[in-house]
Design a protein around this ligand. Sequence first.
Ligand code: NDP
Ligand code: 2IT
Length: 449
Amino acid sequence: MSFQMTESLETIYQEIIRKNPGETEFHQAVREVLESLGPVLVKYPEFLQNKIIRRICEPERQIIFRVPWVDDRGEVHINRGFRVEFNSALGPYKGGLRFHPSVYLGIIKFLGFEQIFKNALTGLPIGGGKGGSDFDPKGKSDAEVMRFCQSFMTELYRHIGEHTDVPAGDIGVGGREIGYLFGQYKRITNRYEMGVLTGKGMAYGGSLVRTEATGYGAVFFVDEMLKVNKQSFEGKTCTVSGSGNVAIYTIEKIHQLGGKVVAISDSDGVIVHEKGIHLQTVQQLKEIERRRIKDYADIHKDAKYIPKGNIWEIPCQVAMPSATQNEINGKDAEKLVKNGCIAVGEGANMPTTPEGVRVFQTAKIAYGPGKATNAGGVATSALEMQQNASRDSWTFEYTEKRLAKIMSNIHQVCYETAEEFGAPGDYVVGANIAGFVKVAKAMLAMGLI
Ligand code: NDP
Ligand code: 2IT
């Protein structure tokens, strides 16, 4: 359920479309939040008087820059770099970097906008930001990726810092890229400023569990939703789209909790393995050899590869979209519901279209939106910052416990907020309102910023 937008909210939305032409993903993310805010403005009229919504929708700062680099054959390439520093009411800007050919300002702004509320939900002191580039890491050598990262950081370094803006990974940016970026930052600034990036390797200030955190956290969140209905992962058939960082650790935790993942994907196709996806194979193919999931079927003869397949047509009880935005449309959602899906947890950011969300909510299945469900990644980034600040390093067990507690708190806050505002069971409304109110109160307290 979303509330009818009041006239003032509709006016604000139209103004945002006019001021940000062509940025369709950003419009979509803003609309979803505004549709939740009607009752908030009744409870807090001061938010409207002080134009808090208009202020939140306008990034504090947007940086767009040239990234020149040279490939292994000596050819010069020019990519575009972005960092959108959206909101620092709760802490330094915090959010990942995405390297993918589809990246443009509208994608970075939708991600940065969602990040504000997600980070607020973690309860940790982090503001919202996002960055990236239209660089395509696929098929590039390590040396090419390194030269690109060094060039990217040669501009970015002047805008970031442990108390200013703290980037991390997202699509196309993992441990390898963070290593190159950190090395170049250290070299340019002549400072060993550990807290400037998160997702670092364990050899130089990383945190245990950060690699696993988004996937594990998403499964913890879905587990909490299932518990409300006296259910668990035990014996459940699951599908997980994508086969990158988030997907891999979603699969691992589902299996640890007794569920069975029967399908995964990449942008070329789908692997179906009724016996259960063999995680070590996926890790070997993706994390170590950087190959395509098609090769999984050569290793496991009882698995099936469906080129250009649609993973949402594979029957499951729990679906965890963990690839990219708008990967589940209305028809996919209908198919999932018809096939008996009872819970959807978004490991990816905004993977379900507004039509798809309506289908899930009308069917009254448990639906966890990305800004709540996948908050475990950034929350563990904030734990990495804490460890860096205290020159400490926590054990895996302790860090995972902290993550589990954060995810159960987020679930509880979303659940209770939805009840309070008359939309029981609606985690979209719960997450949007709880995140927004926290940021809005901080902005109000700080005056006109
Ligand atoms: P990875 O780069 O590790 O993996 C991305 C996966 O998604 C790959 O399997 C990729 O397939 C697939 N994918 C990416 N873009 C597309 C596309 N346009 N169409 C189809 N498939 C696509 O990224 P992550 O696992 O880190 O990120 C996955 C999602 O989770 C993103 O939405 C990200 O924003 C979100 N997220 C990530 C967090 C993190 O900590 N990493 C935290 C919170 C959310 P292919 O190889 O074919 O491109
Ligand atoms: O979307 C996200 O929350 C991330 N990509 C993780 C951001 C972070 O700073 O760890």
